[in-house]
Design a protein around this ligand. Structure first.
Ligand code: 8YV
Length: 324
């Protein structure tokens, strides 16, 4: 008998068609009524789930007694109660690697756009304000040769560091739970404690996963350690930064600026950040390119299909549940 798959976020028609080759597929449809009701009605019959951007744990999945796998279309898995899923023997898979370069590109675009005030001066031009040569009040700051601090030297952090080192001659500092000797050899990256990195870097790029340990890793104290000329970039998860503290630091000139792709609450229809000319604010688009989202969907599909057909999925987060 065909197993049942529940999509818990939007999936493309192509993905739906591929899933229907092997599985019964339930895709909650707003035209058919309340999405949460459709989701909850499907859970008891569901063997596999695929999607992203929804918290899943005991409260949501208690009724999903037949659930075998949650295939996330994301590299981050902070939305999921991994302990609960593992306790239930439910596999959790993610989509690492395929989004590394796109996310690093976006991270570097935030370094550039916040340093050179691209968004602010684009709006300035389009508002018809460019009536004379640009003078000091509109100058930005250089990126080439400045010091780049990477908080969390994982795959994405290393990709950002390569862009800085190889493309912009930036000395690389990094902090994290462990030394990365390969990156130190490849890029001359130097390990620092977080406090040292914050004090020395001209650009601080946050690329750590969100956990109890990293929640509010950057707050008033840490922002106060940064140079007044420094810029904070966050392409990881919003709650890593104490957002009210960041807003205050930007308003008071504690730091020069911020380039943000993630926020404590998402989506973010309004925020004091939107009134700050020294904050570039993007809507969580780190992996949002046609090519990368297709690659992520393909990877998540392969993980889901493997798990439901009794094979070990490539990107199993909670390895301990595999009984192969
Ligand atoms: C995804 C991300 O776009 O992969 C992740 O962890 O944050 C992004 O690449 C997002 O998770 C999709 O909702």
């Amino acid at each position: 008998m065909k197993k049942t798959v529940l999509a818990f976020s939007r999936v493309s028609p192509e993905m739906a068609e591929r899933l229907q080759q092997d599985f019964n597929v339930i895709i909650p449809d707003p035209k058919k009524g309340d999405l949460n009701e459709q989701f909850n009605e499907a859970l008891p019959h569901t063997h596999g789930m695929i999607g992203a951007g929804r918290k899943l744990g005991r409260e949501q999945l208690e009724s999903a007694k037949q659930l075998e796998v949650v295939s996330s279309i994301s590299v981050g898995y902070d939305n999921y109660d991994v302990g609960y899923l593992s306790e239930r023997g439910i596999m959790l898979t993610n989509t690492p690697d395929v989004l590394t370069e796109s996310t690093a590109d976006l991270g570097f675009s935030l370094i550039m756009s916040s340093a050179r005030r691209v968004a602010e001066l684009d709006a300035y031009t389009k508002a018809g304000n460019w009536k004379r040569s640009i003078e000091a009040p509109h100058f930005g700051t250089d990126v080439y040769g400045k010091t780049l601090g990477i908080v969390g030297m994982g795959n994405i952090g290393a990709a950002v560091a390569r862009r800085g080192r190889l493309g912009f001659n930036m000395p690389i500092l990094y902090s994290g739970n462990s030394r990365k000797t390969a990156i130190e050899q490849e890029l001359g990256a130097q390990f620092r404690t977080l406090d040292q990195l914050l004090a020395e870097a001209d650009f601080v790029c946050l690329v750590v996963p969100l956990s109890e340990k990293t929640k509010h890793l950057i707050s008033t104290r840490e922002l106060g350690l940064m140079k007044k000329s420094a810029i904070l970039v966050n392409i990881a998860r919003g709650p890593i930064v104490d957002e009210p503290a960041l807003i205050e630091a930007l308003q008071s000139g504690t730091i020069r600026g911020a380039g943000l792709d993630v926020y404590e609450k998402e989506p973010l229809p309004e925020s004091p950040l939107f009134k700050l000319s020294n904050a570039v604010t993007l809507p969580h688009i780190g992996s949002a390119t046609h090519e990368t989202r297709q690659a992520m969907a393909d990877r998540a599909f392969d993980n889901l299909r493997a798990a439901l057909l009794g094979e070990k999925p490539q990107d199993l987060v909670n390895q301990q549940v595999w009984k192969g």
